[in-house]
Ligand binder design. Structure first.
Ligand SMILES: [Zn+2]
Ligand SMILES: [Zn+2]
Length: 253
């Protein structure tokens, strides 16, 4: 009996090792062989600056030192008061993590989704617990055709699987084509995405008074995230939380 019950497991291990021979596991960031470990190779793993407390209670910006209270907010949040309730991110968006994002976005590294979703679920556990729906920052349909997938929608699907919170993949849509944000100043970015998002009428009723977890790959100046947040709030959503893989951790990006 023990042998018989062990057979399916042996068969799956054999299949896995056959797969590893044909497609040996490679690092999601640098493409080097990872020596049997799926995910990141040791040097790439060490290069990622994972965010941990203390950080701003509102936007998640890491603090160099504890502020004496978990409710402390950073100066930009105190002065500008962003429209979202709370934003959290997995890691600092810097030289150590940039390749993770660009490869996931443009290089078909979609098989990294379960790992990234697990990271998001951990960093955003509190926000996820409060959410009624998880919604991705949408791509314009032309860009979706070009790229074939929306990385934020993949992350939302992965999170929904882990949390059993419903994904609303079409909860937001782009109302117009916008320029890429890369290379624009903060003011240009804000103008570029102003009023560029809306809730499709078919989702308007179900989102009234709800808490939404908005998901994107990175939070940089926040222009896109803030425009999405305003569209959700204007349409009657009560609270918007934000969860991203990366976020900039200095003010000059
Ligand atoms: Zn690597
Ligand atoms: Zn803040």
């Amino acid at each position: 009996m023990p042998l018989l019950s062990a057979l399916p497991r042996l068969a799956s291990l054999a299949a896995k090792s056959a797969m590893d021979t044909v497609f040996p596991p490679r690092c999601y960031a640098c493409n080097e062989l990872t020596g049997g470990q799926h995910g990141l190779c040791a040097p790439c793993w060490e290069g990622v600056n994972f965010i941990s407390a203390p950080f701003c209670a509102r936007c998640g910006m890491p603090f160099a030192h504890g502020m004496g209270s978990e409710a402390a907010e950073c100066m930009p949040c105190l002065t500008l008061s962003p429209p979202f309730a709370k934003a959290r991110a997995v890691f600092a968006y810097d030289d150590g993590s940039r390749r993770l994002i660009t490869r996931y976005k443009y290089d078909d590294r979609t098989h990294a989704t379960p790992m990234y979703a697990a990271w998001l679920a951990r960093a955003g556990a509190e926000l996820l617990g409060e959410a009624d729906y998880i919604i991705p920052v949408p791509l314009h349909r032309w860009r979706l055709v070009q790229r074939r997938y929306n990385q934020s929608a993949l992350l939302v699907q992965g999170l929904a699987k882990l949390s059993e919170k419903p994904a609303l993949l079409s909860g937001l849509r782009r109302t117009r084509h916008t320029q890429q944000q890369v290379g624009l100043t903060r003011e240009q970015r804000i103008a570029n995405v102003e009023d560029a998002f809306a809730i499709p009428p078919k989702h308007a009723a179900q989102l009234q008074g709800k808490t939404v977890l908005l998901v994107d790959d990175v939070l940089t100046t926040g222009a896109t995230i803030e425009s999405c947040t305003r569209a959700l709030l204007d349409a009657g959503v009560a609270t918007v939380h934000v969860l991203t893989l990366g976020r900039t951790t200095d003010d000059d990006v």
